[in-house]
Ligand binder design. Sequence first.
Ligand SMILES: [Zn+2]
Length: 256
Amino acid sequence: MRLKNTFIYLIFLSTILFSLNANAQGYKIKTIVVDAGHGGVKPGAKGAYSWEKDVALKVALKLGNKLQDELPGIKIIQTRKTDVDVDWYRRAEIANDAKADLFISIHCNSMPPGNSHVRGTETFVGAYRRINEMDAGLKENEEIIKDKSYKKQNDPTDPEEAILLSLYKSLYRSKSLALASYIQKNYTEVNKRVNRGVKEQGLLILQRAAMPSVLTEIGFISNKEEEKYINSDEGQEEIVMAIINAVKQYKKEVEN
Ligand SMILES: [Zn+2]
């Protein structure tokens, strides 16, 4: 286990050196990973007639295809293209192995019964100040913590793990926040959605990804109108275009 962590640490260091070098020579986005949340036996939240995993997959596939059309020089990788369960750590691993420049995870929000009026969009970036039990309360961590692979894959007491997290934070935090802010800006100003803002949270899926990464909640499946919107072709098209415009704005900002 220690050997494995040391190995991961070295990979991280070389990634950092590589990215510093890349920045000096003129950074260009080459690879984007699109992650459809949940899948298979882990359906995520349930609406009146649809499941989060299905909405997330439809939007992620549309996003991937449209990104490929709009930014033809960039390689697009999907963590899943069908209704299958992909392990949470594997999703980040796919992005790390591909040396991706961006990781975008698509999810739908939900509220417990009695709160069906709650609506809007929000986008998360990882927060590394809280890698502890407080994170267990987050909706998007629930399934992961229940997963039998969770304990094996996540040891917050490991000092090397702590180093990785602080490195990540300093390297990718501002870029992750920039992309998340552009996404929320487009949802709000162009699509006229309710803005719940950009939030930094201890999301397990994001803290494994060694690149700027966001998790965007495209709407509440527990809200009647938003469930209809996120299931509609028109709604999905608007959401996809908001994210693509955000990626373009981000690209313009970070490339030199
Ligand atoms: Zn989710």
